[in-house]
Design a protein around this ligand. Sequence first.
Ligand code: NOJ
Length: 480
Amino acid sequence: MADPWWREAAVYQIYPRSFQDSDGDGVGDLRGITDRLDHLAWLGVDALWLSPIYPSPLADLGYDVADYTNVDPRLGTLDDFDELVAAAHERGLRVLLDFVPCHSSIEHPWFREHPDWYIWSPVDGPANNWPASFGGPAWSLDVESGRWYLHSFYPEQPDLNWRNPELVAAMHDALRFWRRRGVDGFRLDAIDRLFKDERLRDEPSATDFPLPLHGEAAQLGRLYHTHQPETIDALAALRGPADGAVLVGEVFQPTAGIVRYLDVLDLVFGFELLFAPWQVTRLRAAIEPAERLRRIAWVISNHDFDRLATRVGDENVRAAALLLLALPGAAFVYQGDELGLPNGPAATPPWDRAGRDGMRNPMQWDGGHGAGFTTGEPWLPLGPTPERNVAAERDDPDSLLRLYRRLLELRRGLGNAFRFLDTAPDVLAFERGDHLVVVNTSARPQLAPPAGEVVLETHAGALAAGEIAPHSGAIARSPG
Ligand code: NOJ
């Protein structure tokens, strides 16, 4: 059977409010995205993932959904959405939506109309010691009913009760709704939070979770408030309504914890790589076990964490791009990383209370007013590097943007077989089919493994005379 389209896909993450404003109100919108599709086709990605576009009071910038089957009026209309999907498909681009099943907005009418679609404390106060992801307890008082409800994230995001079949049916309907409108896939938000322990037991203390956690969550175990066996069956049941659409899980677990999700989902993000410091041993330790699972969605930055340039440093962004796009399987690129954008300033007061404004500043299209993002006042300030913009980088054959484009083209022809090579300590090297991929994470030249003809380099002459230059990467043919 032929491989599904997504197996080796490069998916471009769009943060809709920050991508392109078409009407001068300072907020990116769906028409803006449609206007920029030619650019994305030129870049060579296969699909777009749109962070949430639904009506939302914006307590979590769209991850607090007030209506699962509509478009936020600030972003456009359902007609605009249909046009976007049609225009994307005309260009051979698939469209993935962000599906947020674990919680709604507290302003979703369901919260009052169907309280039993949510999770309530059986006592007059927090039911247990569970922490919310952004700090503080996971329980808040609903003043209107006098009861305490569970929220794994902000208090404005009450957790939905997936043990209630009516809620499940409503969520399945939402998937069908978007599928009928031509959506090709869904990124499933925070999916290891779908079910919680039915008895709401206290978490024991623990500090051994390998991914970063906020505040109290870092001191507590994860036996009961996340990652429950029932989740797997509920995800399997999404297959029917998803009707062949690709399902990509955001599972905030180390690699060992995501294996079961791959029984029922197509792809799962590999978070260990996203958090791996730019050091060979750490990168290899993150990649090797994940690669064996075959269906990892590789990702090295997104709208929740430091931008790639800030995390690995400007000097390493080219080699990081090469690594991401040379790994076997699907890869996700966050908007602006292809320009080398670092973290930017927050708004005053910040939009996001958890400090993520600076990972979401507007896309930079040109060097003019509003960076070509808006003719108005941008909803978030522009970032600190106006010279890193699409117009300037498209004109420069040596730009990072052009490097992404070359990588996106070349990755289609890399073979499947994958094997790490043991090399100098600061060199990450692996075979992919009949190609060799070499990355030097250090500031000094390093000995490189034997290689054939170089087909792509992050810097001119990066791989030559048996050496790989500092902060560089190269893809070469395997030695003959
Ligand atoms: C993960 C999303 O990426 C993040 O932005 C959001 O705050 C949480 N899930 C809660 O929906």
